[in-house]
Design a protein around this ligand. Structure first.
Ligand SMILES: C[S@@+](CC[C@H](N)C(=O)[O-])C[C@H]1O[C@@H](n2cnc3c(N)ncnc32)[C@H](O)[C@@H]1O
Length: 341
């Protein structure tokens, strides 16, 4: 078995861990992930790294662990020349960086490791250093008990998500879900290519765009025609099938979907035309059993903690799998829930 790692981006750690855990389940990586701060370790026969980097919004980098020693032993002595020559080709450029989790090791010591390993790679492999744009990224991760040398790949998705923020989309509205959270929610609901993903409060299509870019066929419903036209404008560039329907959640005009990823109206940016947001969620939950083809962890919903979505879901017989909190500011905590029917 090979040991792989992921290193989280640092915001909303519990949400980031939940995202990675769900992706590992989707990939059927049988082993659980061992977490050490922002570092997640997985031993597996199957390489999960390409899937993680393609899908996860909150992974900064990921790769393979080349060598691992107890912090009191000699890391570089334990790292064989063969590992280095099998990892980096002579014609490649490389960088060596260090990160420290849980406060392990002084900066001086870390820089010392960085320099020694860099010199060793130059000598043994013959590769050249390029700190800005290396072809092979070597990462030394220090934790309280261990030092690990890893070969790492940086996430490209995080940059792409930044380019897809609502303000950069063809159509913008302040009620739109930001691209990172939209992607995390799609992952928590286990959206897979070819599935039908529904957002019954789709607005300008923040969530729908991410589901579509994952490869799902999307259905968006909203009361507001102007927002629906905007979401259509945003969805065109994703190149996947979509349906946009003007309608009210209280008379849901669809029959079947595989998963629901949504955020009901709350705050000043979205209008409910007089209805209570929680009543709209109740209307959605009342229909979930009928319309969902996939039963487990097939709903991801985001609302303010004041809405008590968990209590409502439980009282209506839905299975509450996860409740994750995101503190927006002192007066607003968003809750992300994953549910099944
Ligand atoms: C928070 S916004 C949705 C943002 C969107 N999910 C996204 O990904 O960008 C909530 C949306 O719910 C819509 N809405 C309000 N009442 C509704 C109802 N009864 N049925 C369907 N949509 C409704 C609003 O027009 C608004 O666009």
């Amino acid at each position: 078995m090979t040991k792989y790692f992921v290193y989280l981006s640092g915001e909303h750690i519990s949400v980031a861990k939940a995202e990675v855990n769900t992706l590992a389940r989707l990939l059927e990586v049988d082993k659980t992930i061992r977490w050490d701060g922002r570092l997640g370790l997985i031993e597996s026969h199957k390489n999960p790294v390409p899937f993680f980097l393609e899908r996860a919004a909150m992974i900064k980098e990921a790769g393979v662990v080349l060598s691992e020693v107890d912090a009191q032993y000699d890391l570089l002595g334990n790292l064989s020349d063969d590992v280095l020559t099998n990892t980096i080709r002579p014609e490649e450029t490389f960088s060596v960086r260090t990160i420290s989790e849980n406060g392990g090791f002084s900066v001086k010591k870390r820089l010392g490791f960085e320099a020694s390993l860099g010199e060793r790679i130059k000598k043994v492999v013959g590769a050249k250093v390029d700190l800005k744009n290396p072809q092979a990224r070597i990462l030394i991760v220090f934790t309280e008990g261990n030092i690990r040398v890893c070969k790492s790949v940086a996430s490209k998705l995080r940059l792409m998500l930044r380019d897809r923020e609502p303000g950069r989309k063809s159509f913008f509205h302040p009620s739109m879900m930001n691209s990172t959270l939209a992607r995390v929610m799609c992952n928590l609901a286990g959206v897979m290519p070819g599935e039908i993903a529904l957002d019954p409060f789709c607005g300008g299509g923040g969530i729908l765009c991410e589901a579509s870019l994952i490869g799902a066929k999307t259905i968006g419903i909203d009361l507001n025609w102007r927002l629906l036209t905007g979401s259509k404008e945003n969805l065109v560039s994703t190149g996947n099938d979509y349906s946009i329907i003007q309608g009210d959640i209280r008379s849901l005009p669809i029959h079947r979907c595989d998963c629901i990823v949504t955020d009901p109206p709350y705050g000043r940016a979205s209008s409910t035309r007089g209805a209570q947001a929680i009543e709209l969620v109740e209307a959605l939950f009342g229909k979930a059993d009928l319309i969902l083809r996939r039963r487990n962890e097939s709903i991801c919903i985001c609302g303010s903690s004041e809405m008590n979505i968990q209590d409502l879901a439980e009282s209506m017989g839905l299975v509450v799998n996860q409740v994750l909190q995101i503190r927006v500011h002192s007066a607003l905590v968003r809750e992300l829930l994953t549910l099944g029917v």
